[in-house]
Design a protein around this ligand. Sequence first.
Ligand SMILES: Cc1cc2nc3c(=O)[nH]c(=O)nc-3n(C[C@H](O)[C@H](O)[C@H](O)COP(=O)(O)OP(=O)(O)OC[C@H]3O[C@@H](n4cnc5c(N)ncnc54)[C@H](O)[C@@H]3O)c2cc1C
Length: 311
Amino acid sequence: MLRGAKALASLNNRTYDDLLPMLAANGLQNELHCKGALSVYETERAFQADAGTWDLRRLHGITCDDLSGDQAREMEPALGPIVRRAVATPQWSHVSDPRTLHSALLTSLRQRGLTVIRGSAVGLTPTESAVTVDTSDAGPLAAEDVVIAAGAWSGFLAATIGDRVLLESERGYNTTIAAPGIQLGREIIFAERQFVATPLSCGLRIGGAAEFGGLDAKPNFKRSNALVSLARRYFPDLVETHGTMWSGHRPATPDSLPVIGRSSRNRRVIHAFGHGHLGLTQAATTGRLVADLIDGATPVVDLLPFSVDRF
Ligand SMILES: Cc1cc2nc3c(=O)[nH]c(=O)nc-3n(C[C@H](O)[C@H](O)[C@H](O)COP(=O)(O)OP(=O)(O)OC[C@H]3O[C@@H](n4cnc5c(N)ncnc54)[C@H](O)[C@@H]3O)c2cc1C
């Protein structure tokens, strides 16, 4: 666990070093809100039980301030009396809206000369001087370097060049309520119940859950509803109506570390997937590391813990 935490910190401690310049280069700096986050607890017992985890985070440079329930309500008046303890993490940030950030980034990159070809990759075929990405709908695409970054779907692509990957879909759910009737200044994490509420530009997003049902199972949106009902326990004035439900596949590895680095089976193939719950947080740093590899530079983070060969 300590080794895993150290490896995770080596990526997460670079988040702002890589994310802020990337957002600025694309004119998107206003999409990130450095407002911190608040993890809240219903019982002193659960708060004490998590003390070791918070100490581990402090050890890796994360500021964590212990608070009483009243101090938490001073910061976030929408919280009800159920909250007895809290931990503030002022370095935490959230984005305005992941969807608008994604499309704004794509538009900016296109304007800067990026060519986007849409298609479904079905496998990789190495040739002497390149790797061909075989697709079902966009023809074969040959390149000197190929990056596998297909989230929870990446395992079968890696397998086509002989890399064995332990990767599962850990499905998550959320509901976004456009007019929730309450205001939050920052993300709230409900520590005992493992879900979060985030104030986005499109509304209050209440999300979480970890469902291991594979990539083909139909979503069970009862989970989205259940999270909203739970949120009512913490926010007595929450208006639950007109929520938009969504689910997505988190790419989970057994050690909670992503797979980043060149394949030892074919040096032209670079893996960049398996980011679990932190794909948005670690995206810019992963992009930076992939760029280092393609440029032939020494990666800014030691990539050994993230090697595909660990499986
Ligand atoms: C409910 C929920 C909450 C989350 N909250 C957070 C959070 O708070 N913070 C955070 O940092 N992250 C969060 N995430 C992000 C997340 O956990 C993942 O780590 C992230 O989405 C992984 O990004 P990715 O680009 O690797 O994969 P994805 O986002 O899954 O993107 C993979 C892409 O590859 C495409 N693809 C798949 N197969 C193929 C193929 N064969 N050919 C071509 N294209 C293909 C897919 O269509 C998709 O567009 C959350 C996710 C969920 C579901």
